[in-house]
Design a protein around this ligand. Structure first.
Ligand code: FA5
Ligand code: MG
Length: 412
């Protein structure tokens, strides 16, 4: 319906994706399931809630340039090195990412395009796109989600920084309760090349910009509460995360901070100072539209997509949920090392979107042999039809044999 035919091919020596041919190596761990999502571009499908949220955010940042079509196939230099993510940082591992090979990866965040945005010459810009991470499986985690990156910089000059802060403060006073739990401390410092005064001004600019955006997105929410907390990113310092108080819990929506000056300098912008943020769109869309399961964004069922109108936030009306089919799988591990993400990925690779959740229900160590045994419960459910027990048994058998072959476990 809304999808473009997937233009990819996984061969034994190379992977083809949208005309690009990428050699395989010992880093290759890309899967057909995930590659089949690359051309869906939910953030550009006008009726999809992900796209509706993106557009509302863009209209909030009026004079920002927008980039929504950068390819998700990026170099590891773009995704990690250019952002000063250390070589041994856990976010680089194979069990967290989809590698085409050691130099090419599906972007794990829109920050991978910060330098491209800067190279365009724009002083304020937004970048949105699909991002890919190996993850657990449940109603709020999916290996593909969407982010929007915001970037803003100015002359590093106190009077200019003051003037621009004054300009945006004059525009609106967001009626919102802000809890600011941030504090400048050695673990989250000013960069030594910046004066504290400049950092305080650009930080106030960032905080006001984000608070206003959240206020506008949650226009109907009366007692809106936002919390700023300290965070760490190699590409910003100081760094913060923002959480929204929603239905009794704090929901993390974005990471942000004062841009690492080395990134500005790489772009030839030594005399500028900037802020950046990266925000997930799914969680926001789920709370704003009342969408209970992250897989629904990918549904091609008319009963889903026809409920939405560009420019408008309305509550999703669930259509009948088909019954689940639950299967357990238990096995002895050959050794102690176990990557749950790889297991989930494998299950999803065999069974696709019909997997609703994968949950560890038993973790047992034999008292004598000290061998470890795990039991996972796989919940199968289709979004748009009834599944039969026979059909799921067949899938489960396949899962069992692939798990046995791939992980060398002993099935119980
Ligand atoms: C980042 O991705 C940073 N690039 C953000 C950033 C940009 C920081 C610019 C500083 C400057 P993080 O991994 O925390 O950070 O993800 C950012 C947001 O993406 C989260 O706050 C959350 O809203 C969303 N997100 C992260 N992981 C998932 C997931 N598995 N499912 C859905 N949303 C997610
Ligand atoms: Mg985070």
């Amino acid at each position: 319906l809304y999808s473009t035919a997937p233009d990819f091919e996984i061969g034994s020596n190379e992977t083809k994706i949208n005309g690009q041919v990428i050699a395989r190596d010992e880093w290759t761990n890309i899967t057909p399931t995930v590659l089949s999502k690359v051309n869906r571009k939910l953030h550009l499908q006008p009726q999809n809630p992900i796209s509706i949220i993106r557009q509302l955010i863009e209209s909030n940042f009026q004079d920002f340039k927008t980039y929504n079509e950068f390819s998700p196939v990026v170099t590891t230099k773009q995704n990690f090195d250019d952002l000063y993510i250390p070589k041994d940082h856990p976010s680089r591992t194979k069990s967290d990412n989809y590698y085409f090979n050691k130099d090419t990866v599906l972007r794990a965040h829109t920050s991978a395009h910060q330098l491209q945005g800067l190279a365009s010459g724009a002083e304020k810009f937004l970048i949105s796109g699909d991002v890919y991470r190996r993850d657990e499986i449940d109603s709020s985690h999916y290996p593909v989600f969407h982010q929007i990156e915001g970037f803003f910089y100015l002359d590093n000059d106190i009077s200019k920084l003051q003037a621009d802060l004054k300009r945006i403060l004059a525009k609106e006073t967001p009626n919102i309760e802000v809890i600011d739990d941030t504090i400048i401390k050695p673990e989250n410092p000013y960069q030594s090349c910046h004066t504290p005064e400049a950092v305080d001004l650009i930080s106030a600019h960032l905080k006001h910009s984000i608070n206003s955006m959240i206020r506008n997105l949650f226009a109907d929410e009366k007692d809106l509460k936002v919390r700023w907390i300290d965070a760490y990113f190699p590409f910003t310092s100081p760094s913060w995360e923002v959480e929204i108080w929603y239905k009794g819990e704090w929901l993390e929506v974005l990471g942000s901070g004062v841009v690492n000056q080395k990134i500005m300098n790489q772009a030839g912008l030594e005399n500028k100072i900037g802020w950046a943020f990266g925000m997930g769109l799914e969680r926001l869309a789920m709370v704003l539209f009342g969408i209970p399961d992250i897989r629904l964004f990918w549904s091609e069922d008319r009963r889903f997509i026809d409920q939405f109108t560009p420019g408008k936030i309305n509550k999703f009306v669930p259509f009948s949920k088909y019954p689940p089919c639950i299967k357990d799988i238990s096995f002895w591990l050959p050794e102690d090392e176990w990557h749950e993400n790889d297991f989930c990925e494998l299950v999803r690779g065999v069974a696709g979107d019909i997997v609703e959740t994968v949950e560890l229900i038993d973790d047992f160590r034999h008292p004598k042999t000290s061998q470890r045994s795990l039991c996972y419960r796989i919940n199968y459910r289709s979004m748009d039809r009834n599944v039969t027990n026979d059909e799921i048994n067949e899938i489960q058998e396949k899962v069992r044999s692939v798990v046995q072959d791939e992980f060398n476990v002993k099935l119980r």
